[in-house]
Design a protein around this ligand. Structure first.
Ligand SMILES: [Zn+2]
Length: 134
């Protein structure tokens, strides 16, 4: 569990990351801030592409950055959108549960205020996880 100060910090960082979004098509800016269990923070933004399916979400940008730096255990992620109601898509939920089946998920608005507090367990019940392949 993370404390309220950590939550606020993640919300602010996620909101700041919206300015890095590359969104010439949707104009829908999303930022993410991911806290690892080792205490590091990785951020991400959504990055669109003229070939639409190649687009990647802010959440997966942050998670893939973390994994590429050797981090695989995640405590929490904050996802910021303009209105604070942008839930992670199905692909991002599946990527989250691959690494941390108990991670907290928070939504934040454009100012970084936390609007929703939930968990990947609640967002993806009955998930297909690495344990299914053992
Ligand atoms: Zn997504």
């Amino acid at each position: 569990m993370i404390n309220s100060e950590q939550k606020q910090n993640l919300g602010k960082l996620a909101a700041e990351m919206r300015s890095r979004s590359y969104i010439p098509y949707s104009h829908y800016a999303v930022g993410a801030a991911l806290l690892t269990k080792s205490g590091k923070i990785f951020t991400g933004c959504n990055i669109e592409n003229a070939a639409y399916p190649v687009t990647i979400c802010a959440e997966r940008t942050a998670i893939f950055k973390a994994v590429s730096e050797g981090e695989r255990d995640f405590e929490a992620i904050a996802i910021a959108t303009e209105d604070g109601q942008g839930y992670p898509c199905g692909s991002c939920r599946q990527v989250m549960v691959e690494f941390s089946q108990d991670m907290e998920v928070m939504l934040a608005d454009a100012d970084g205020n936390i609007t929703v507090e939930t968990s990947i367990r609640d967002l993806l019940p009955g998930a297909f996880t690495p344990e299914n392949l053992l």
